[in-house]
Design a protein around this ligand. Structure first.
Ligand SMILES: *Cc1c(COP(=O)(O)O)cnc(C)c1O
Length: 325
């Protein structure tokens, strides 16, 4: 849906903010949840926020095709495909793997097909390495392609999470600040936005992005987040800049690597589901919540702390892991 001021609205805002009473009792720490998994766009997730300004730019540039890339079970690609359907744009996804690997379409891949997008298989490449060639091909066909960056992480995507912090602040009035805001971090846009947003609309003593991908060293990923937050600040015209010590990247929960389900994630998913009736996902939110559980066990989060778990979505991927859960 395109409104008159060229805004694109893809989701339902604000997303709910709720207490997790059963888990708080069970774990002995007050935990609340921000439900971006309920953002409303085709099973929801954090990419809905990021895609609103990004696809507004695509429409403003009069593009007619969007291209993006990701893992086979990419939530970003699924939400991009749904948004493209909604906006009447053609969509091309460049996904890791090959067609033969998936005789039965499941999870996000099944949904990608239903949204009518074109899938290009890219083997081991899951970060858009093959996009430039595809873009050129579409231009040759007379189309006007727009490339949505990996994970929707650029100045626009990150600024959407600065505004998400403003949304959170408006839901909380003058309640005492959280001690920790915890969420999954991967392409960095969510992290950059939440951390910068916490400077502009202070909500928490600590921001804790649980890094779920081994792809980059902790140092280089921090620099990437810093750069994204600077780009977002510049785009939004705010003078504030994030300091390295305000990023709060936690790399203790990388598990067996990107997308590999281990016991820690399995336990976290089962605990949230059985205590609260809320679904996490195997790749991102399950791992981030296992980080929260680990931090409680290690005493890094204590009894009188107040924690916000930011649910970033991803539950459709559960079905692709059915034989491992
Ligand atoms: C993409 C994604 C993330 C990570 O967000 P980034 O902005 O890419 O760091 C977290 N959770 C889910 C479910 C995602 O799909």
């Amino acid at each position: 849906m395109k409104t008159q001021d060229n805004k694109v609205v893809l989701g339902q805002w604000p997303t709910p903010l709720a207490k997790l009473d059963n888990l708080s009792r069970h774990l002995g720490v007050a935990i609340e949840i921000k439900r971006d998994d309920l953002s409303g766009l085709a099973f929801g997730g954090n990419k809905t926020r990021k895609l609103e300004p990004i696809l507004a730019e695509a429409l403003a540039q009069d593009c007619d095709v969007v291209i993006t890339a990701g893992a086979t079970q990419s939530n970003h690609c699924r939400q991009t495909a749904a948004a493209a359907a909604m906006l009447g744009l053609e969509c091309h996804l460049v996904l890791a793997g090959q067609a033969d690997d998936f005789p039965v379409k499941q999870g996000n891949l099944l949904l990608d097909h239903l949204f009518g997008c074109t899938i290009h298989w890219s083997g081991d490449n899951r970060k858009g390495e093959d996009i430039p060639a595809l873009k050129q091909q579409l231009i040759t066909q007379g189309k006007r392609p727009y490339v949505v960056p990996y994970g929707g992480s650029n100045a626009l995507g990150a600024s959407a999470y600065v505004l998400a912090m403003q949304e959170l602040a408006s839901q909380r009035d003058s309640q005492p600040a959280y001690t920790h805001i915890i969420f999954a971090s991967s392409s960095g846009g969510t992290h950059a936005g939440v951390a910068l947003g916490n400077v502009l609309y202070p909500q928490s003593k600590n921001v804790v992005g649980v890094y779920i991908d081994k792809a980059e060293s902790t140092d280089s990923f921090c620099q990437h987040i810093l750069s994204l937050s600077d780009q977002a600040a510049q785009h939004m015209g705010v003078p504030d800049r994030l300091e390295l010590n305000q990023i709060g990247l936690n790399s203790d929960y990388l598990g067996e690597g990107y997308g590999v389900l281990g016991n820690a994630e399995r336990e976290a998913i089962a605990l949230m589901a059985s205590q609260e009736g809320i679904l996490l996902d195997p790749v991102y939110s399950g791992r981030a919540f296992s980080g929260l559980l680990g931090m409680i066990r290690q005493g890094q989060i204590a009894k009188d702390d107040r924690v916000l778990f930011w649910h970033t979505g991803g539950s459709p991927a559960l079905f692709a892991y059915a034989d491992q859960l």
